[in-house]
Design a binder for this molecule. Structure first.
Ligand code: ADP
Length: 209
C-alpha cells in the first residue's frame, strides 16, 4: 500500500520512540489526537503498528512485503471460487464442447447421475477427441475424460495458495471445490488460474487492507 507522508512520519516516530501513546505522537507532529486517529487506524489495520492498551503504539517490524504475504496466506478458496460447470458422464463429446463454449469456461467437471464427481474435461481433452475420424456425437465423455480417483480436488476451507500450488504441481488449469458425501464427492465450486489472478490483483490494489 502507498503510505502518505504523514503516515511515514508516524511510523518513524513510533520506530524511534515506541511504545508511545497516540497523544505523544500527536504532540510531536503538532496535530490533535483526533486528526491523527484515521492514520493510526490505517497503520494498525495494515499491520505496520500494533497498539497495546495503556502502553501505546509500537512498530511491528514487518515490511510491506511481509504484510502482503501474510494476507495472501489467509485467503481461502471459498472467498474466490466460481460456479462449477458440470456435465453428466453420458453426454456426448459434441455436447460437452457446446457447453464449454456456451458457459465460457476452460474446464468442465463430470458427474454421474447421482451428481458425484467422476471426471474432468479440459479443452485439450475435447480437442484430442475431435481429431481423426471419430463421431463426436456418439462418444460419451466418460470415455475421454480424466477420471476419479486421479482428480485433484480442493475444499472451501483450503487456503487459496495451496490450491494454486496444486495447479502448478499438477500442471492443470482448475480444481473442483468439493464436499465429501457418503457416496462420493459433491462439486460445489471451481478454482481456476483466473480466480487466483483476481486475488492477486485485489491484494495489489489494497482491497485487503
Ligand atoms: P488443457 O488440457 O486444455 O491444457 P489442463 O492443463 O487443465 O487443460 O488439463 C491437462 C490435463 O489434466 C487434461 O487431460 C485434464 O483432463 C486433466 N485435468 C484437468 N484438471 C484436472 C484436475 N483437477 N485433476 C486431475 N486432472 C485434471
Amino acid at each position: 500500500m502507498e503510505l502518505s507522508d504523514r503516515q511515514e512520519q508516524i511510523i518513524q516516530i513510533v520506530k524511534d520512540n515506541g511504545p508511545i501513546t497516540g497523544e505523544h505522537i500527536a504532540d510531536r507532529l503538532n496535530l490533535t489526537r483526533a486528526t491523527l486517529r484515521p492514520d493510526l487506524a490505517i497503520l494498525t489495520m495494515a499491520g505496520f503498528l500494533d497498539a497495546r492498551p495503556r502502553v501505546g503504539y509500537f512498530f511491528t517490524g514487518k515490511t510491506g512485503t511481509e504484510l502482503l504475504t501474510e494476507k495472501l496466506k489467509k485467503f481461502k478458496v471459498e472467498e474466490y471460487q466460481s460456479v462449477p460447470i458440470v456435465v453428466e458422464d453420458n453426454v456426448s463429446v459434441y455436447d460437452a464442447i457446446c457447453t464449454m463454449f456456451l458457459e465460457d469456461v476452460g474446464t468442465l467437471f463430470v458427474t454421474d447421475d447421482q451428481s458425484h464427481l467422476t471426471g474432468v474435461l479440459s479443452r485439450k481433452d475435447l480437442l484430442r477427441a475431435s481429431m481423426g475420424n471419430q463421431d463426436i456425437n456418439s462418444i460419451p465423455v466418460h470415455i475421454i475424460m480424466t477420471r476419479m480417483p486421479n482428480i485433484t480436488v480442493c475444499k472451501q476451507e483450503d487456503l487459496l495458495v495451496d490450491a494454486a500450488q496444486q495447479l502448478i504441481e499438477k500442471q492443470i488449469d482448475g480444481l473442483p471445490v468439493i464436499v465429501p458425501r457418503e457416496k462420493g464427492l459433491e462439486v460445489i465450486g471451481r478454482i481456476t488460474k483466473t480466480n487466483i489472478t483476481k486475488a492477486l490483483v485485489e491484494l495489489a490494489r489494497d482491497e485487503h487492507l
